[in-house]
Design a binder for this molecule. Structure first.
Ligand code: ASC
Length: 152
């Protein structure tokens, strides 16, 4: 019974998390809350992305289980920051160009999400060569967006 409650609570919690991500843009009352949200989600994203990168670049031993766990988190957090770039949320390390050319920014987001999706699949394959092959292109989409839209 307790276990069932735990499962139910976890499922409800997860559902709320996804619903929250989808409607996050509307949920930010203040621009600074949106800035905090995107910076926090990028931090979590960078941690899990970096863990996969360390294995891909031979800086950490390859562990298929660790790779798969990090991929599972990445699959969720890769989607989170974007809803926190809504109209009127300029600030943080973001260049104003994001809001001036939203279509180009959205395109970079989509390129990242596509490569992140491939990285997730590669990291869950148990094959280090696949992880190595997928990491570089994904990191390149991070860099491309940072070069265009992030203040140093
Ligand atoms: C990372 C990380 C980034 C990207 C970027 C890729 O691990 O935190 O921001 O990769 O450095 O060039």
């Amino acid at each position: 019974m307790r276990f069932k409650n735990l499962v139910a609570t976890t499922l409800i919690g997860s559902t709320m998390l996804f619903a929250g991500a989808a409607s996050a843009q509307q949920a930010f009352g203040k621009a600074e809350d949106a800035v905090k949200y995107r910076q926090s989600s990028f931090s979590v994203l960078a941690h899990h992305f970096g863990t996969l990168g360390a294995m891909a670049r031979g800086k950490a031993p390859f562990d298929a289980k660790v790779a798969a766990e990090n991929a599972d988190v990445l699959a969720v957090v890769a989607n989170l920051p974007w809803a926190a770039f809504g109209a009127g949320t300029e600030g943080g390390n973001s260049k104003a160009a994001i809001w001036q050319e939203k279509a180009q920014f959205d395109e970079k987001q989509q390129q990242f999400e596509a490569e992140a999706g491939k990285l997730v699949a590669a990291a869950k394959s148990g094959d280090l060569d696949k992880l190595k092959a997928a990491f570089g292109p994904a990191a390149q989409t991070c860099k491309s967006c940072h070069d265009a839209y992030k203040n140093k």
